[in-house]
Design a protein. Structure first.
Length: 398
C-alpha cells in the first residue's frame, strides 16, 4: 500500500501517463519507502522531455532544463521531475559535459550510483529492480551499480555519498565497492567544496555516524577533505562515542574544540561555509569556554541564542560525556527574567540623569552590563526603582 505522500504524488505520474509518456517514482524515496524510513523529497523520472512537462502542468519551475530537470508544483508540494537520461563525463566534477535523453527507464537506472538508489516504482506501487537493490536493502549493503570504478570516475562525489549512506542508514559498504573507493578517493580533491559540504553535513547528521566515521577512516577519504588534508591527524582526536550533529556549524565547533590552533575562520573559509554557520560555531565555542570556567548558569544561557541550545549540548556532551542535559538547560532558561538588554527597565539616559556630574564615557556601558548581569542572576529586580536603590547601596561608576 502506498504511503500518503506517494498517493498525493500519483497525480504527477498519472498526468504524464495520460499524455502518453512513461513516469516512475525513483531513487531515495523508493528506497526509504521500502526501509519504512521517513520520506523526504519525492523524485520522478519520465520519458517526457522538460519542454513537454512544462506544457502538461500549470506550475513548473525550470531549475535545470539543460540537465533534464524541472520542478512541478502540485497542491503546494514540489516534485523534481527528470527526463530519463544517460550522462557524459564530469570534467568540472559538478555537471556532466553532456546529457543524452532517452525513453527507457532501464538505461536511466543503469547510470545511477548505488543499487539501493537504482529502484523505480510505478503509480500502483510495483517496483522495478534491475540490480538487486531490494536484496541489498535486506542485506544492508551499499554497492555500486555496475562497475564501481566507472561510477566513481564519472562523479567522485559518489565516494562521499557512499560514506553518507553508511552514516544515515547504518549499512555496510560492499568489499569490492570499498576497495574501489580507496583506489579513487584522491579524486575527491577535484570536487567543488560546496558539493562536498552538502554531503558531509548529511554524513554528520546520520543516526549511525559512528559507522560512517569508521568507513571514513578505513577509506582514508578524509585526507582529501578541506582542512583535513593539511592536518589529517585531527580525525584521531574524535571521541570514540559521537552523537549526530544537526548542522555544519556544530561540526565546525566540534573540530575547532578538538584543535584550537585551527581557527573557526579557517574552517569556514576552507569549507565555504555560510555566515550563519560561522555565527553558530562561534556562539557554541564561546558558550563552551564559558561553561568550562563557570559551569552552567543563567548568564551562559542568556548570552547564547536559544536556537543554539541543542547544538551546544550536542557538542559539549560529545567532548565531555554527560556534561549537561537539555531539559535542565531549558528549565534554567525559563527562570531568566529578561531576554535581552532591551528588556532592562533602565537605559543609558537613566544613568546619565542619576550621575549628572559624571562625563559620558565607557562607564555607561560597563554599568549597564553589570546591572544586566545582576538582573539575569536574580540579584535585583528589573524595576527602575529597585535598580536605582541597588545602585545607591553600593555600585558606583568607575
Amino acid at each position: 500500500m502506498l504511503d500518503e505522500l506517494f498517493k498525493q504524488a500519483r497525480y504527477i505520474i498519472e498526468t504524464i501517463e495520460n499524455h502518453h509518456h512513461q513516469a516512475y517514482f525513483v531513487g531515495g524515496c523508493v528506497r526509504d519507502l521500502l526501509l519504512k524510513r521517513p520520506i523526504g523529497d519525492i523524485d520522478i523520472a519520465t520519458s517526457a522531455s522538460p519542454e513537454i512537462i512544462q506544457t502538461i502542468f500549470d506550475k513548473v519551475i525550470p531549475v535545470g532544463v539543460e540537465h533534464g530537470t524541472v520542478v512541478v508544483v502540485h497542491e503546494n508540494v514540489t516534485y523534481e521531475v527528470t527526463t530519463f537520461r544517460v550522462e557524459g563525463e564530469y570534467s568540472d566534477k559538478r555537471h556532466p559535459d553532456s546529457v543524452t535523453f532517452i525513453d527507457q527507464i532501464d538505461k536511466d537506472l543503469e547510470r545511477r550510483d548505488f543499487t539501493i538508489n537504482a529502484l523505480a516504482m510505478d503509480a500502483d506501487g510495483n517496483i522495478i529492480d534491475l540490480f538487486e537493490g531490494k536484496k541489498d536493502l535486506e542485506k544492508r549493503i551499499i554497492r555500486t551499480v555496475g562497475d564501481g570504478m566507472e561510477r566513481f570516475q564519472e562523479d567522485p562525489l559518489r565516494i562521499i555519498r557512499a560514506l553518507r549512506f553508511s552514516s544515515q542508514l547504518g549499512f555496510q559498504i560492499d568489499a569490492k565497492t570499498l576497495d574501489q573507493m580507496q583506489t579513487l578517493n584522491h579524486e575527491i580533491s577535484s570536487l567543488a567544496v560546496e558539493r562536498i559540504m552538502r554531503e558531509m553535513e548529511k554524513f554528520f547528521s546520520g543516526n549511525d555516524i559512528e559507522n560512517g566515521l569508521e568507513y571514513l577512516k578505513i577509506t582514508g577519504s578524509y585526507k582529501f577533505l578541506p582542512v583535513f588534508h593539511e592536518k589529517p591527524s585531527i580525525i584521531d582526536k574524535l571521541p570514540s562515542s559521537i552523537t549526530p550533529f544537526m548542522s555544519f556549524g556544530e561540526v565546525i565547533a566540534l573540530f575547532h574544540m578538538l584543535d584550537e590552533d585551527i581557527s573557526i575562520s579557517k574552517w569556514v573559509k576552507a569549507w565555504k561555509a555560510s555566515n550563519q554557520m560561522k555565527r553558530e560555531a562561534t556562539s557554541i565555542v564561546q558558550a563552551i569556554h564559558y561553561y568550562l570556567q563557570n559551569g552552567l548558569d543563567r548568564w551562559l544561557l542568556y548570552k547564547l541564542d536559544s536556537s543554539y541550545y541543542r547544538g551546544f549540548v550536542r557538542v559539549l556532551n560529545t567532548l565531555w560525556t554527560g556534561s549537561v542535559q537539555l531539559n535542565k538547560l531549558e528549565r534554567m532558561a525559563k527562570t531568566i527574567p529578561i531576554q535581552s538588554r532591551r528588556n532592562l527597565s533602565i537605559n543609558g539616559n537613566d544613568l546619565i540623569c542619576w550621575f549628572p556630574d559624571k562625563r559620558k564615557g565607557p562607564w555607561i556601558q560597563e554599568m549597564l552590563t553589570t546591572i544586566e548581569k545582576q538582573v539575569v542572576f536574580g540579584n535585583v529586580k528589573n524595576h527602575k526603582s529597585d535598580i536605582k536603590e541597588w545602585i545607591k547601596n553600593g555600585i558606583h561608576p568607575k
